[in-house]
Design a protein around this ligand. Structure first.
Ligand SMILES: NC(=O)C1=CN([C@@H]2O[C@H](COP(=O)(O)OP(=O)(O)OC[C@H]3O[C@@H](n4cnc5c(N)ncnc54)[C@H](OP(=O)(O)O)[C@@H]3O)[C@@H](O)[C@H]2O)C=CC1
Ligand SMILES: N[C@@H](CC=O)C(=O)O
Length: 787
């Protein structure tokens, strides 16, 4: 069974209300493991108390205040606090003795012991089976290194069903002395426990629900990430980021668990996942106020990561310079002592620097910074620059102000509008669309970021802050199976603006458009099912889209990349009235009938058309004329004609015997097509004509008459002179009566269709850019009015 370890920090346990909020969270997870820190500032108060040891009066006053504080918290949290009050009194009575015996860690342990007892008691009062566990009863460290074997052995008999609430921050040495795990020690306890229990995930509950691209107190425009790839989290941690510590991540280096940072103040938010499986691309800007540059002798083989782990301080090898290390000022002396103990004598820069590091986007591995960033750096003139594919480090002689850091952040991570893309369907059209996406991203870079945030096929779905285009197929293959509910949840959570691009052939999927619109999506469909739903259902989606002010673009549903719907829209918006639309609407049938001369069997040609990506997933949709019937309906609806599919007369090409059964069964008997088509071709050839499958919509006195059928035309007929796969749209209108308007070109295929979908996307992107500019403009105007 999947197991999650939840860790709650001091701010999540600072009051009775916070304990109640934590219990509310755990109510939904009745079999989880929980790690707790001391409530609020209790550890600092215990440390302050220890310092007052030589001043008995002050010591007694502080001790009594602490006792009262813990009593009050227990009373406010529990209905029956008596047992815990007695326990607190016994711990308080022991403090002086511990201090006299120089056992400070036993004193510090009181904070976590109190939290675990209080939370377990509260959970029991709520009817959730739970026990408090003192981590010192199982967690053993030998010279600051976890003894995994012994700890696991000691933990085994302590496990109980229900909730196990474990003290964070504290452990024991092999010799049995209490120890603490240092700064952010409870996070470390949680990941150690996660590994001991083989947990699926460790949720670190704190007061933020994201990991930011920079410290939001210094850089107000910092981006909140919902997912961070493991490797980048490690780099960020190595740089001393306060949200993630290298030590916290270390137990999970060779374990498959995810680490999730969540806010106990906003428990519905899924938080930020640090995932080993993530293929997303994020970047960070982080700084260290006072850093020294340490130069090591050329023959020194020490590794900065290992030294950092030993010192529990950030020690970073300067990118591209293994013998030059960067360390915070406070770590210089401990580092020099450690080096000296190994006969390594290093040179330390005479001055301290303000270090600014840029953790680069993982997928693009940029070596160059943007021109804007280059200009900024020229102006600021850093004293030293180190750069490799993953990290850039600049050393400045003066500290950078918050404004300067914000400028650099803006230059490195420009805040252009981001449009989140979810692509449904990764077959012929979908994979070609993804192939073309990078070029479109680059073409629109600086104006809008076309961010691939979700991908799905009929089984699996993959969502992330930003998906890499390099290996989307492998990523999707490894992604979990989804249900309707899980998919809807993931779609709902995605930030707006967002567009769902439907490249599936599925009617069931198209019937979910109202849900997608309600979740805030614009829609782009190559799938014809949505635009050809029964009229009432279609109109309901159109109305909903209008109400929610989202777009529904579907230009590729007819003529693939040919802009036939847009042409009709333009004519109508210019005051013209369309009287008829006719022509060849099927790329597959156009190709087959132009190629079919009897030299190659019809069934073999059909197979080729499928391989070329022209046919529908089920080619009977093409042969039956249904696909053409649908396309004619789409154009009729574009002209606001209230037509249903069944009102379009259809003459199928497909022999009735092949209409039933699976696609596989159809392909097995496809030679029946050869028998059916040979006489049709012979008949046309005898008359000196060619075969064409045509569609026609005529509007006479407000009444629409529509039909799709096979015809034979003379070689001089306009529909005879085509290149195989061409679609031809003949439009008759007030202004194009004698000489109709003709649109002609390839009407099927991966590239033209994917290109057409990109044309819809570019149109939508332009609208989003314009909307963002309009919003900025009105904000600026509002600001001017306020002044
Ligand atoms: N080919 C062309 O020239 C043109 C095609 N179109 C339209 O584009 C669409 C895609 O065509 P094409 O790429 O050739 O088809 P493919 O069969 O090659 O790919 C279809 C994709 O849709 C996925 N899919 C099927 N059902 C669902 C569902 N219910 N939910 C999510 N995903 C689903 C499939 O998943 P899985 O991989 O799991 O099977 C597959 O990835 C069709 O609607 C077609 O009519 C429009 C204009 C031109
Ligand atoms: N199968 C269709 C593809 C485009 O819609 C066709 O052949 O026209």
């Amino acid at each position: 069974m999947s197991l999650v370890v939840h860790k709650f920090g001091g701010s999540s346990l600072a009051s009775a209300e916070r304990f109640a909020a934590v219990a509310d969270i755990l109510q939904k997870e009745p079999t989880a493991w929980v790690v707790v820190s001391a409530p609020g500032d209790t550890t600092d108060e215990l440390l302050a108390l220890a310092e007052l040891r030589e001043q008995p009066e002050c010591f007694r006053t502080q001790l009594s205040e602490l006792q009262q504080k813990l009593h009050l918290l227990a009373r406010r949290t529990l209905k029956q606090p008596e047992a815990l009050l007695q326990l607190v009194d016994s711990w308080i009575a022991e403090i002086a003795g511990f201090l006299a015996a120089q056992q400070l860690n036993d004193v510090l342990a009181i904070g976590e012991r109190f939290s675990s007892q209080l939370l377990a008691a509260l959970l029991n009062e709520r009817g959730l089976r739970s026990q408090a566990l003192d981590a010192r009863d199982f967690l053993r460290l030998d010279a600051a290194v976890v003894d995994w074997h012994l700890s696991a052995q000691l933990l085994e008999p302590l496990k109980q069903p229900g909730l196990n609430v474990v003290t964070g921050y504290i452990a024991r040495t092999i010799q049995g002395q209490s120890i603490t795990l240092g700064r952010n020690g409870s996070d470390y306890s949680a990941t150690i426990l996660g590994r001991l229990l083989n947990a699926e995930a460790i949720h670190i509950w704190t007061d933020v629900d994201a990991i930011y691209s920079a410290d939001p107190r210094k850089v107000p425009s910092a981006r909140a990430y919902k997912q961070v790839p493991w490797q980048q989290a490690l780099t960020l941690a190595a740089l001393g980021n306060p949200v993630l510590h290298a030590k916290t991540l270390s137990p999970l280096l060779d374990a498959p668990a995810d680490l999730v940072v969540r806010s106990s103040f906003n428990p519905e938010h899924p938080g930020c996942k640090v995932s080993q499986q993530s293929a997303i691309e994020v970047q960070f800007l982080t700084d260290i106020q006072q850093a020294a540059l340490v130069s090591l002798p050329a023959n020194c083989l020490l590794n900065a990561h290992e030294v950092a782990a030993q010192l529990q301080q950030p020690v970073i090898a300067a990118p591209g310079q293994a013998q030059q290390w960067l360390v915070p000022a406070a770590a210089v002396d401990p580092l020099l002592s450690l080096l000296a103990s190994q006969q390594v004598y290093a040179r330390v820069s005479p001055q301290l620097y303000h270090l600014v590091a840029w953790v680069k986007p993982a997928a693009r591995r940029q070596k160059q910074v943007s021109t804007q960033a280059q200009h900024w750096l020229q102006r600021q003139a850093p004293a030293a620059v180190f750069n490799d594919e993953q990290l850039a480090v600049w050393l400045f002689e003066q500290p950078l102000s918050s404004l300067e850091l914000t400028e650099l952040h803006q230059a490195l991570l420009p805040s252009v509008v981001q449009l989140n893309l979810v692509v449904a369907g990764t077959g012929n059209v979908g994979s070609e669309f993804l192939q073309l996406l990078e070029r479109q991203q680059q073409a629109l870079a600086g104006q809008i970021e076309l961010n691939l945030a979700g991908l799905l096929n009929s089984r699996q779905a993959l969502f992330a802050e930003s998906l890499s285009l390099d290996n989307w197929a492998e990523q999707l293959q490894r992604a979990p199976l989804y249900t309707e509910q899980s998919l809807q949840l993931a779609l709902q959570e995605l930030a707006e603006p967002k567009v769902l691009i439907d490249l599936t052939p599925s009617r069931a999927f198209a019937e979910r458009y109202p849900q997608f619109i309600q979740a805030g999506f614009d829609l782009i469909s190559a799938n014809k099912q949505g635009v050809t739903l029964p009229l009432a259902q279609f109109q309901q989606i159109k109305q909903l889209a209008a109400q929610q002010q989202v777009q529904w673009l579907s230009n590729t549903t007819v003529g693939a990349g040919l802009p036939v719907q847009r042409l009709l829209q333009e004519l109508r918006s210019s005051g013209d009235t369309v009287h008829a639309v006719s022509g060849i609407f099927s790329g597959t049938l156009s190709w087959l009938l132009a190629k079919f001369d009897g030299s190659v069997p019809f069934s073999a040609l059909l197979k080729q058309a499928q391989q070329l990506g022209f046919t529908e997933p089920d080619p009977r949709d093409d042969l039956s004329g249904k696909d053409v019937q649908r396309k004619l309906l789409v154009l009729a609806r574009e002209l606001d004609l209230p037509l249903e599919l069944e009102q379009i007369a259809l003459e199928p090409l497909l022999p009735a015997a092949l209409a039933e059964g699976s696609v596989e069964a159809f392909w097995q008997q496809a030679e029946l097509l050869d028998l059916a088509f040979a006489p049709v071709l012979a008949d046309a050839q005898q008359q000196g004509k060619v075969l064409r499958y045509v569609a026609e919509l005529r509007i006479e006195q407000g009444q629409a008459k529509a039909q799709v059928r096979l015809v034979s035309v003379a070689p001089e007929h306009p529909l005879a002179a085509i290149i195989p796969c061409d679609n031809v749209f003949v439009i008759e209108s007030d202004w194009y009566q004698q000489n109709p308007l003709v649109l002609k070109g390839p009407g099927a295929g991966r590239q033209v269709t994917a290109g057409g979908v990109h044309a819809d996307l570019a149109l939508l992107a332009k609208q989003k850019i314009a909307a963002a500019k309009a919003a900025q403009h009105s904000q600026a105007q509002a600001a001017a009015w306020v002044k």
